[in-house]
Design a binder for this molecule. Structure first.
Ligand code: NAD
Ligand code: UDP
Ligand code: UDP
Length: 399
């Protein structure tokens, strides 16, 4: 029944959300896991605007209700607090599987930032961590209560625990969570889209990266829980495609930025923008010559929808080929926010990829997709959102 509804809708040629004139599109029932997060919430906006019924499944690990609050009360919108590592029974036509803690504080060695974001944003106030963090949580709370943060032995005990718990949680989400969502897709005959990552290419030996490149990933490094987790998720997705005939789609997303990004998640664009707004130095890791390619979030969402509605499994690189060194990025942030912002160099993290740039030929040819918004145009849109969130509505504090 669901497949029939899906085919009825797609057979009318609705690609990338474009409805041909004169034809009324039948709404689909769509699950977006991780829909309260940065990318997911923008995707939800587009799907709702297109007339679909959307169920967001999110455990609020890094996502926020504020990102989807504007849909509360809309009968086409539902929000379920649920961890995808637990099975889930729903009847839907499509599954966009985005759930995954994607920020580097969850897998890189950045202890102080890690502990600060754990304590202030999640542990103490909202206490929204998955069960994997329960042990750590009680430890942390007791230490906080006794004000032992300055005690070095606290950090010696806690840091490995934090890293272990983070990576286990991440891995479990990528592996068990993806398995569950594939099981759901199989049972109801839904189409399944995995949001994988450019990290599957590791520290690439091929530049720019083409989808046929198998990557250069350290399986035992500090970031391998993310890289290898996503690689396993891709493998599972292809196993369900070949073995259980689930209709699948795989997107390999390159660094994406935009409004609603977590402010203190440690990613470079959010770090630089927040630092410049707060009049703090921009922290460039290493020599700043490593490169990334930054994509504005609306371009990504368009790509994801075209991929879901199209006929091709992928994987597809979805990214903006405009490549910047981190020093160049810092300069663009200075131009956009504060020309006097200082730059401070910090030691780089282990296994940091030296360069990354997508080859998007495949997406251009098969999905008719390419990004439209260059960094200098997208960054100001993100800056006004960050300004409001950091300074409140009276953001002329820091014009
Ligand atoms: P995000 O952290 O803002 O969103 C992830 C969402 O998943 C959050 O709302 C979080 O609460 C939820 N979540 C995490 N674990 C969960 C679980 N076990 N059960 C239910 N919900 C869970 O990150 P994002 O940037 O929006 O990323 C979305 C997806 O895109 C992720 O899969 C990420 O790996 C992928 N991706 C993002 C980028 C990027 O630059 N933003 C790059 C490559 C890949
Ligand atoms: N699953 C789920 N919702 C469903 C169907 C399955 O969460 O509607 C989960 C199920 O609990 C299992 C996983 O998906 O852990 C894989 O399911 P599948 O049927 O492929 O494998 P099996 O249960 O036979 O191992
Ligand atoms: N980076 C930086 N300063 C920061 C945060 C990150 O110079 O405050 C660098 C980081 O070392 C990496 C690049 O920016 O080389 C992109 O990092 P991010 O974590 O945003 O993305 P990823 O490494 O996952 O591509």
């Amino acid at each position: 029944r669901h497949r029939a509804a899906f085919e009825a809708a797609t057979s009318r040629g609705f690609v990338g959300g474009k409805v041909p004139l004169g034809i009324k599109r039948k709404g689909l029932r769509i699950v977006v896991t991780g829909g309260a997060g940065f990318v997911g919430s923008h995707l939800v906006d587009r799907l709702i605007a297109r007339g679909d019924s959307v169920i967001v499944v999110d455990n609020f690990f890094t996502g926020r209700k504020e990102n989807v609050m504007h849909h509360f009360g809309n009968p086409n919108f539902e929000l379920i607090r649920h961890d995808v590592v637990e099975p889930l029974l729903l009847e839907v036509d499509q599954i966009y599987h985005l759930a995954c803690p994607a920020s580097p504080v969850h897998y890189k060695f950045n202890p102080v930032k890690t502990i600060i974001s754990f304590s202030s944003s999640s542990l103490i106030f909202s206490n929204e961590f998955s069960c994997l963090f329960d042990l750590m949580e009680s430890f942390l709370l007791s230490f906080f209560l006794f004000d032992n943060l300055q005690d070095i032995s606290f950090w010696v005990v806690m840091l490995p625990l934090i890293q272990l718990a983070s990576c286990c949680g991440l891995h479990k989400t990528n592996v068990v969570g993806t398995l569950n969502m594939l099981g759901l897709a199989k049972r109801v005959g839904a189409r399944f889209l995995l949001t994988s990552t450019s990290e599957v290419y590791g520290d690439p030996l091929q530049h720019p990266q083409v989808e046929t490149y198998w990557g250069n990933v350290n399986p035992i490094g500090v970031r391998s829980c993310y890289d290898e987790g996503k690689r396993t998720a891709e493998t599972l997705t292809m196993d369900y495609y070949r073995g259980a005939q689930v209709e699948v789609r795989i997107a390999r997303i390159f660094n994406t930025y935009g409004p609603r990004m977590c402010i203190d998640d440690g990613r470079v664009v959010s770090n630089f923008v927040a630092q410049a707004l707060r009049k703090e130095p921009l922290t460039v890791y290493g020599d700043g010559k490593q490169t990334r390619s930054f994509q504005y979030v609306s371009d990504l969402v368009e790509g994801l929808m075209r991929l879901m509605e199209g006929e091709h499994v992928g994987p597809f690189n979805l990214g903006n080929p405009g490549e910047f060194t981190m020093l160049e990025l810092a300069n663009v942030v200075q131009e956009t926010i504060d020309p006097n912002a200082k730059i401070e160099f910090r030691p780089n993290t282990e296994d940091d990829p030296h360069k990354r740039k997508p080859d998007i030929t495949r997406a251009k040819e098969l999905l008719g997709w390419e990004p439209k918004i260059p960094l200098r145009q997208g960054l100001p849109l993100m800056v006004s959102d960050f300004r409001k969130r950091i300074f409140g509505d009276h953001f002329d504090v820091n014009p």
